[in-house]
Design a protein around this ligand. Structure first.
Ligand SMILES: [Fe+2]
Length: 264
């Protein structure tokens, strides 16, 4: 099973540049074209939040126009830049989304079970795993202990070491880790939000964050570092599940690059 993960596209209204710098809409369109061209095609595309920048109807209309170009079914979660209710309206036809409250859900049956945990807090940039969310996740994971599982959430639940990112992480990481550590079928926790690829051991499983399809947040590890971002090559992740191997995660830059050349 192949699972593509696009994250943090930060779609803007037509003609508006993201942060006044880059055409995030064109970059999402390029990402979608690249995912559509993958051979073999992915089984599912995860969109791990911050799908638009400010949560306006114009942005969601633009987003839907772009996502409807995906040749592959998609699963979406909101990020801190999304407006939860506008998001719900925009994806009214995605019938796996709950009708009210946090957007936790389990995707329809497949080789790998996708569990979405909505850690966003409307109106705030950081996230949290409250007791209700932890209980939901624990019960959901307990229901199918034998099926390999990916947990998708927006804000990562760990301290990255980048000071301006860690102000807006998902709090309650220890509570989440405690739940996940009881369920050995969790192959990955996949996050967005930080606009960079990161990988670590967490709660007895492997956690990774996806790059953004638009700008990259600067990697600055000094405590006094000032926030910044760069226009780096955008990228997405491809999680490849094979029962005999496990989950292999690939990072693919988005764009047209020279090659192929002979391999020797
Ligand atoms: Fe975010």
């Amino acid at each position: 099973m192949l699972i593509a993960q696009l994250s943090d596209p930060h779609v803007r209204p037509d003609g508006v540049l993201y942060q006044g710098v880059v055409d995030s809409n064109a970059q999402l369109a390029a990402a979608i074209a690249q995912v559509n061209a993958l051979d073999p095609p992915p089984d599912i595309v995860l969109l791990s939040g911050d799908l638009v920048e400010t949560g306006t109807p114009a942005e969601y209309a633009k987003l839907r126009g772009l996502i409807d170009g995906l040749a592959i079914p998609s699963l979406v979660i909101p990020g801190n830049h999304d407006d939860r209710e506008a998001f719900r309206r925009a994806f009214g036809d995605h019938d796996y989304l709950p009708a009210a409250g946090p957007m936790h859900y389990v995707a329809a049956s497949n080789a790998v079970r996708i569990v979405a945990l909505d850690v966003t807090l409307p109106g705030l940039h950081h996230g949290a795993v409250d007791e209700a969310a932890a209980r939901w996740l624990d019960e959901t994971l307990a229901a199918e202990p034998a099926r390999p599982t990916v947990i998708m959430m927006h804000q990562p639940p760990f301290d990255t070491g980048v000071p301006y990112l860690d102000l807006y992480s998902c709090r309650d990481g220890a509570r989440l880790a405690e739940v996940v550590s009881r369920h050995r079928q969790v192959e990955r926790i996949v996050c967005g939000h930080v606009h960079r690829f990161m990988l670590l051991r967490f709660g007895g499983t492997v956690l990774c964050t996806a790059p953004s399809t638009t700008t990259a947040i600067a990697l600055r590890l000094r405590p006094e570092a000032e926030p910044a971002s760069h226009v780096e090559p955008p990228a997405f992740l491809l999680h490849h599940w094979r029962p005999e191997v496990g989950m292999v995660t690939h990072l693919l830059p988005i764009g047209d690059f020279p090659g192929p050349y002979p391999f020797a």
